[in-house]
Write a protein that binds this ligand. Structure first.
Ligand code: SF4
Ligand code: ZN
Ligand code: ZN
Length: 306
């Protein structure tokens, strides 16, 4: 197996593209493809300030590394969820993220959820359980809210997240299974800003998980290997397993599935993303001032005002 670019021994074969690369040319290819995705969707420019959501995992640290190398103004936000029961998931991932930022002289904001709001994610989940054993819905709400809040308060132009092709294909699979037309209208790599919500981009939407992992390893990026203990048995992981079976049978399946959806979306097959801007304009949370669809407090303020 030889590198397509230089003929040296290849370290990775990208079966779906039918190409192999040596270490240096693979790293270069990942950066080039990221830049192309940014340009193709007009995601952001080098004059804009980006906030990257970092978790200490391979995807978010690889994304931050590539954006930094490409010369983008990217700061990081790490949310300390306080999930340390079975392993030291949060403590370890916070330490790794901090080291990553220090080594590169990058600006990182860490928000300690318990320190700031009095409870960590498992405690919020246990209090508001409503029959669920996992705190994932509270966790998702807190992450979305705080990421958006910091982006707006910190005058960032936008948020970049490291969702990869495996993530997007699994979301799409779930959305199609349930025919969730609202979500099907907005699973785009770029979501424009709407009232009270920052612009969001996913520059890694075209990379397989295996490629972002290879990038992190070959670049010598230390990342957290353990998963959040609550991810075990999740629907997202189950859908990823199904899609991996398809991919094994048919290399390139996930690319075809997601990129085909993007073409269908562009052709108007699903209602395009239009945040209910007018509704949001009319209602604001009495406590934090963020747009809300309910009267009084927004769902985040209701959750943390225990
Ligand atoms: Fe949060 Fe994900 Fe863990 Fe659920 S699995 S608690 S959403 S980090
Ligand atoms: Zn090469
Ligand atoms: Zn609020």
């Amino acid at each position: 197996m030889k590198c397509k670019k230089c003929g040296q021994k290849a370290v990775i074969n990208l079966q779906h593209h039918n190409i192999s690369f040596c270490k240096d040319h693979f790293l270069e290819w990942m950066q080039l493809q990221t830049e192309r995705a940014i340009q193709k969707f007009h995601m952001f420019s080098k004059q804009e300030r980006l906030l990257v959501a970092v978790s200490g995992g391979k995807d978010s640290l690889s994304l931050w590394d590539i954006l930094w190398q490409l010369g983008y103004q990217a700061d990081g936000l790490y949310l300390d969820l306080g999930i340390n029961e079975d392993n030291n998931y949060s403590t370890d991932s916070a330490a790794i993220t901090r080291r990553f930022a220090e080594q590169r002289g990058l600006h990182l904001t860490i928000i300690d959820i318990k320190g700031q709001y009095g409870e960590n994610i498992p405690e919020m989940g246990a209090r508001t359980k409503r029959g669920h054993t996992k705190p994932c819905s509270q966790c998702g709400l807190v992450k979305r809210y705080l990421l958006n809040k910091l982006a707006l308060d910190g005058k960032y132009d936008m948020i970049a997240t490291a969702h990869n092709l495996d993530d997007e294909a699994a979301f799409l699979f779930a959305n199609i299974t349930h025919w969730s037309m609202d979500y099907l209208g907005r699973q785009y790599p770029l979501l424009p800003a709407t009232t009270g919500f920052a612009r969001k981009a996913k520059p890694f939407y075209q990379f397989y998980e295996r490629e972002t992992a290879a990038y992190a390893i070959l670049r010598g990026i230390e990342y957290i290997y353990t998963e959040c203990p609550y991810s075990d048995g999740s629907k997202q992981l189950r859908n990823k397993r199904y899609l991996n079976m398809m991919e094994d049978e048919q290399p390139g399946f996930k690319t075809q599935f997601y990129l085909g959806y993007l073409r269908a979306l562009k052709a108007g097959a699903f209602p395009q993303h239009q945040e209910t801007a007018q509704n949001l304009e009319e209602k604001r949370c009495e406590q934090c001032g963020q747009p809300t669809q309910s009267n009084g407090l927004c769902t985040f303020c209701r959750l943390v005002n225990n």
